[in-house]
Ligand binder design. Sequence first.
Ligand code: PMT
Length: 240
Amino acid sequence: APSPALQGRHVLVTAGGTREPLDPVRFLGNRSSGRQGTALAAAVAARGAQVTLVHAHVEQAVLDTLPGTVRVLEAGTAVDMERVVRQEARDADVVVMAAAVADMRPASVSATKLKKSLPQPEDGKPAGLTTVELVENPDILAGLVSDPPRPGQLLVGFAAETGDSHQDALAHGTAKARRKGAHLLAVNVVGESLGFGDVPNAVVVLDHQGHEVTRARGTKAQVAEALVDLVVQCLPAGGR
Ligand code: PMT
């Protein structure tokens, strides 16, 4: 059912895993399927918000589950996603970053397919596929926090964490919540049957100081509903 607090609001959601090219046929990627971000976009649209989904790699079948009212834009790499998100966030009341954005990308993209081994270049540096030099990608969420494209907008991040124990994984999430500084950070403690892909999810939502706000567990649609409930609570009254 529509939520009065979301009527006329603009919500920007990101989903999927970025793919950082290495050469014309290879990339560095991750296991994000885009299901959690897509479920969020659908849930918030069903409550009456105007939704834009910016996605990196997401299977077409997953995108096909979106209602026609969601505006869909593609951004395949972290650098592309930064550009599109900063542009679109200028008009957003809420930004939810469920995408798994690569922290690093290959320092250079070869115009031709890299070979298993190449003759040693004169500078002695290894070439070919045994050593890949990486450079840091922009941190899109941290940039939205430090330089918000629209004052007063609500910023929500995700973090997929692992650890020796649930406690240990959550501790990584707490440190990240403080470091990133988004209003809310939904920490997924990922495991073999939880988190990435066509599996259920479980999140602990923290505020920017790392304090627990709420927990949600279930299908990705159920987790999305719980997060939208929280967004509704956190939106300042008064609308646009
Ligand atoms: O896609 P699914 O298969 O459904 O799985 C969902 C998910 C587990 C991928 C998703 O729920 C999730 O947790 N996404 C974030 C994954 C992650 O580990 O993010 P991170 O810890 O690298 O980054 C934390 C936050 O900063 C995220 O909101 C991310 O979008 C953002 N970020 C990260 C790096 C970067 N360079 N720029 C960013 O904005």
